[in-house]
Ligand binder design. Structure first.
Ligand code: SF4
Length: 721
C-alpha cells in the first residue's frame, strides 16, 4: 500500500489528526460545492425577507418582499421599454431593503421603504423620490419585515397564530354580542311592561332626546296603565337570563371592550396545562351561558327539560365542538434545553388541550460523549415529530425555516386545526454557520435529508396516504437530491457534472466539525477515492483500499477533495435510514409493496418451473425447441455449511447491503446475493440474516475459526440454516 493511500485510510478509519499529505481544513473557508455560487444572497431575488401582513379572512399572513415588488412593478410601471427605468428603480429598492434586513434592520415595510428611497433617490431628483414614495403607498400593504434569522420562525408563526385566532375569535365574539343583544331585549321588554317601566320618567328615558318634546309622557303613562295586564317574566326566568347575560358580558375568553383578556401565549407546556385547568370552570360557565342564552332568545327554554340538564352541567358536559370555540394556546420552545426542561410536551399534545407548540431547533448536529462517540444528527427533533405522529390526533409539521413561506397554507391548516399541533422547525444560527448565510444552511439541512420536511394532518383523511405528506423535499424519490455543478479544470476547460447533496455536505458547512474532514492536495488525488454518495450506495466495488471523499470549494473558488472519516459516513447511513423510513410513510419506495412484488414474482417463477422442467425432460419433437444453454435451471442445492441468499425472493430492502456492501451486493435485478463471503465477519453474516425481514439469508458455517464470539454466533445462526 503506498504512503498516501495508507494515510488516507488511517484518517478515514480513525478520524485522528491527518498526517501529510492530508491537511486539516479549519483555515480553508470551505463550503459545499453546490453552495459555492451563493456567496452574497442579498444580490439574489429569493423568498426573504418576508413581510408579515394583516390579511382578510383566509388570506396570506406573510408574503415575500420579492413577490410584493414584482406585483407593484406589474401595476405601477408601464409595460415595455417605457417602464424599464421604473422597474429598475423598484428592484434597486428591493435589494436595498434586503441588504438592510440581512444586516439586522427591523421595522415596518413602509419605514424600510422610505429609508431606502432616501438612500437611493438622488437629492437633485425630487420627482423620482416622490414617485418611489408614492409607489410604496400604492403597494397597499404594510407589516413587519423579517429576514431568515434565528428569530424568524417564532415571529412568523406567532403572527400566523394571532391572525388565525383573530378570525376565529371574531366569529365567536359576534355570536356572543348577538346573544347579549337578544337577552337584553327580552329584559327591556319585560321592564317596559312593569309598573316601573310605565312611569313617565322611564318612558321619557326610552325615547331619544330630540323626540322627547313631542310626547306627553305623563299621559302616555296613564294610558298604558289602563291597558291589558302585561305578561311578565317569571322570577326564575329573569334570574336565569340575568345570570347568562352577566357571564357573557364579563367572560375573558372573547372579552368586550374594557374587560381584560386571558393570555394564551405562554412560555412553557406546564404553564399551558395549569392555565387550562384554572380556566376550565370559566369555560364550562361560558358554554352553559351561551347554550341557555340561545334557548331563551329563541323562546325554547323548557324548565321541565332543561333545568336538570343545566343543573348538572360540568366539564364532562363539554363536547369537542364546545372546546373548539375557545382560543388556542401558543408555546414556543427554543432549542433543546427548553424542550428537555419542559417534560410535559407529549403529555400536553395528548391532553386534548387546544394548543399550538412551536419547537425551534438551532442545532441538529451533535457528538455524543459516550464511549468512542456516535456522530448523531437531529435525532431528538426527528424523534419528537415521529412520536407526535404516533399520538394519532396531533397535527405535525416539520420543516426548516427556509421552507416556511412555501408551507404557509399547511401552516395555516395546523394553526386553525381543532387538534393540537406540533410545529418543529430547524433554523441555523450564525454561531454554527461560519460565513454561510443562515438561510442557506437551513435550506442545506433539508436538501441533505438531515432535517426533511413532512406533515401529518389527522383531519385530512382516513389513511396515511391522505394524512402524511413529504412536502417540498427535493427529488423525494432519490436517496440524495442531485444538482448540476459546473467548474473549470486545471486547463480551464469547463466541466459539468451532477453532484448529490449528502449529509456530509451539510456537515462540511459547520466549522465545528472540520475534524471529520481532511483535505488531500490536488497533486495527491488518486484512484483510491470514491465520492461519499457512491460509497454509501455500495458502488465502490470490492476494493477495500478506497476511501470516501467529498467535493468542496475553498474561499478562492478552488475545488478541493476532502477525505471523510468513518464516523461521519456512519452518521450519513443513519440519516439515509431515517429518510427511507419517511419515504415509506410518504408512499415512496414502499418496502411492503416491493416485498409483495418479490413474493408474487417468486410465486410466478415457482409455478412456471415445473412446466419448464417437464418440457426439458420431454423428447424433442417438431415444433419444440430444446432449452437454451443460458437459461437458468433449477436452483442449485446448497450445503448447510455454505453461506447463500435466496436471491429470487429478495425485496431489495438494503438491510444486508447496509451492514456490509462488500459482502452483500445487488445483481442486475437489484436482488441481493453474497458477493464475497470473505469481505466481512461471520458476525455480519448472522446479523444480516437476523435483519432480513423475509429470512432468506443463510449464514452457513463460520469460515474463520479464530473469530471471537463464534459459539454464540453459531447458535444464533441455527435458525437460518
Ligand atoms: S436483507 Fe434480505 S430482503 Fe433485504 S436486501 Fe438483503 S437479502 Fe434482500
Amino acid at each position: 500500500m503506498d504512503a498516501t493511500l495508507q494515510v488516507q485510510t488511517v484518517f478515514h478509519l480513525t478520524g485522528r489528526k491527518p498526517a501529510p499529505p492530508l491537511e486539516p481544513i479549519d483555515a480553508l473557508g470551505l463550503r459545499p460545492a453546490l453552495l459555492a455560487r451563493y456567496r452574497d444572497l442579498t444580490r439574489l431575488r429569493y423568498d426573504f425577507p418576508l413581510v408579515l401582513l394583516e390579511p382578510a379572512p383566509g388570506g396570506s399572513f406573510a408574503r415575500s418582499l420579492q413577490d410584493l415588488v414584482s406585483e407593484l412593478a406589474r401595476h405601477a410601471a408601464p409595460a415595455g421599454p417605457a417602464g424599464e427605468a421604473m422597474r429598475k428603480q423598484l428592484l434597486h429598492l428591493e435589494r436595498d431593503i434586503r441588504r438592510a434586513a440581512a444586516a439586522g434592520t427591523t421595522g415596518l415595510l413602509s419605514e424600510l421603504w422610505e429609508a431606502a428611497v432616501e438612500r437611493l433617490a438622488a437629492t437633485d431628483d425630487p420627482t423620482l423620490r416622490e414617485v418611489l414614495l408614492h409607489a410604496g403607498v400604492a403597494m397597499g400593504v404594510d407589516g413587519e419585515v423579517v429576514d431568515c434569522d434565528e428569530m424568524m420562525p417564532e415571529r412568523l408563526l406567532a403572527h400566523g397564530w394571532r391572525v388565525v385566532q383573530r378570525e376565529k375569535l371574531g366569529r365567536v365574539r359576534t355570536d356572543i354580542d348577538t346573544l347579549v343583544t337578544r337577552l337584553s331585549n327580552i329584559l327591556r321588554a319585560d321592564f317596559v311592561h312593569s309598573d316601573a317601566g310605565r312611569r313617565p320618567e322611564s318612558l321619557k328615558a326610552a325615547v331619544g332626546t330630540r323626540q322627547q318634546a313631542l310626547f306627553d309622557f305623563d299621559r302616555m303613562s296613564r294610558l298604558l296603565a289602563l291597558g291589558s295586564p302585561a305578561r311578565r317574566l317569571s322570577d326564575t326566568r329573569r334570574r336565569r337570563i340575568e345570570w347568562a347575560l352577566s357571564v357573557l358580558r364579563t367572560q375573558r375568553f372573547f372579552p368586550a371592550p374594557g374587560i381584560e383578556a386571558y393570555e394564551f401565549r405562554l412560555d412553557t407546556c406546564r404553564a399551558v396545562m395549569q392555565a387550562f385547568r384554572e380556566r376550565l370552570p370559566r369555560m364550562v360557565e361560558l358554554v352553559k351561558a351561551m347554550s341557555m342564552a340561545e334557548l331563551e332568545a329563541d323562546g325554547r327554554y323548557d324548565p321541565a327539560h332543561h333545568d336538570e340538564f343545566f343543573d348538572s352541567f360540568d366539564e364532562h358536559s363539554l363536547a369537542a365542538a364546545d372546546m373548539a370555540i375557545f382560543p388556542d394556546y401558543f408555546v414556543c420552545l427554543r432549542g433543546r434545553p427548553a424542550v428537555s426542561a419542559d417534560t410535559n410536551l407529549l403529555e400536553l399534545l395528548s391532553s386534548g388541550i387546544p394548543v399550538k407548540v412551536l419547537v425551534e431547533t438551532h442545532d441538529i448536529l451533535e457528538e455524543t460523549s459516550i464511549g468512542r462517540g456516535q456522530f448523531a444528527f437531529g435525532v431528538r427533533s426527528v424523534q419528537l415529530a415521529s412520536l407526535a405522529i404516533g399520538l394519532g390526533d396531533t397535527f405535525v409539521l416539520q420543516s426548516t425555516s427556509s421552507n416556511l413561506l412555501q408551507l404557509q397554507e399547511r401552516l395555516r391548516r395546523g394553526l386553525a386545526a381543532q387538534a393540537p399541533a406540533l410545529l418543529s422547525v430547524y433554523t441555523a444560527t450564525a454561531a454554527h454557520s461560519g460565513d454561510i448565510p443562515c438561510y442557506l444552511v437551513s435550506a442545506a439541512a433539508m436538501q441533505s435529508r438531515a432535517f426533511p420536511a413532512f406533515s401529518y394532518d389527522p383531519t385530512a383523511g382516513d389513511d396515511l396516504a391522505a394524512r402524511f405528506s413529504l412536502e417540498d423535499n427535493p427529488q423525494p424519490e432519490r436517496d440524495w437530491p442531485v444538482a448540476r455543478f459546473d467548474y473549470a479544470d486545471g486547463s480551464l476547460q469547463r466541466i459539468s457534472e451532477e453532484l448529490p447533496f449528502t449529509l456530509a455536505d451539510f456537515v462540511a458547512a459547520d466549522p465545528r466539525y472540520a475534524g471529520h474532514f481532511a483535505r488531500l492536495p490536488h497533486a495527491a488525488w488518486n484512484g483510491h477515492m470514491v465520492p461519499v454518495a457512491g460509497w454509501l450506495h455500495g458502488r465502490q466495488g470490492g476494493d477495500d483500499a478506497r476511501v470516501p471523499y467529498l467535493v468542496s470549494v475553498d474561499r478562492e473558488g478552488v475545488l478541493q477533495r476532502l477525505v471523510v472519516d468513518d464516523r461521519l459516513v456512519q452518521a450519513a447511513r443513519r440519516c439515509l435510514d431515517n429518510w427511507h423510513r419517511l419515504q415509506e410513510l410518504g408512499g415512496v419506495h414502499s418496502s411492503h409493496a416491493e416485498r409483495l412484488l418479490a413474493r408474487e414474482r417468486a410465486l410466478w417463477e415457482a409455478q412456471g418451473q415445473p412446466a419448464v422442467a417437464t418440457l426439458a425432460s420431454a423428447p424433442v419433437t417438431a415444433g419444440t425447441a430444446p432449452e437454451s444453454e443460458g437459461e437458468p435451471g433449477p436452483e442449485a442445492e446448497h450445503s448447510p455449511d455454505e453461506a447463500w441468499i435466496e436471491t429470487v425472493r429478495c425485496s431489495s430492502c438494503n438491510e444486508c447491503t447496509q451492514i456490509n456492501d462488500r459482502m452483500f451486493a445487488y445483481n442486475e435485478n437489484k436482488q441481493a446475493y453474497i458477493k464475497d463471503v470473505t469481505a466481512g465477519s461471520y458476525r455480519q453474516l448472522v446479523e444480516a440474516a437476523e435483519s432480513c425481514q423475509i429470512g432468506i439469508i443463510h449464514p452457513g458455517k463460520p469460515a474463520n475459526p479464530q473469530e471471537p464470539g463464534l459459539a454464540e454466533l453459531v447458535e444464533r445462526a441455527q435458525s437460518f440454516l
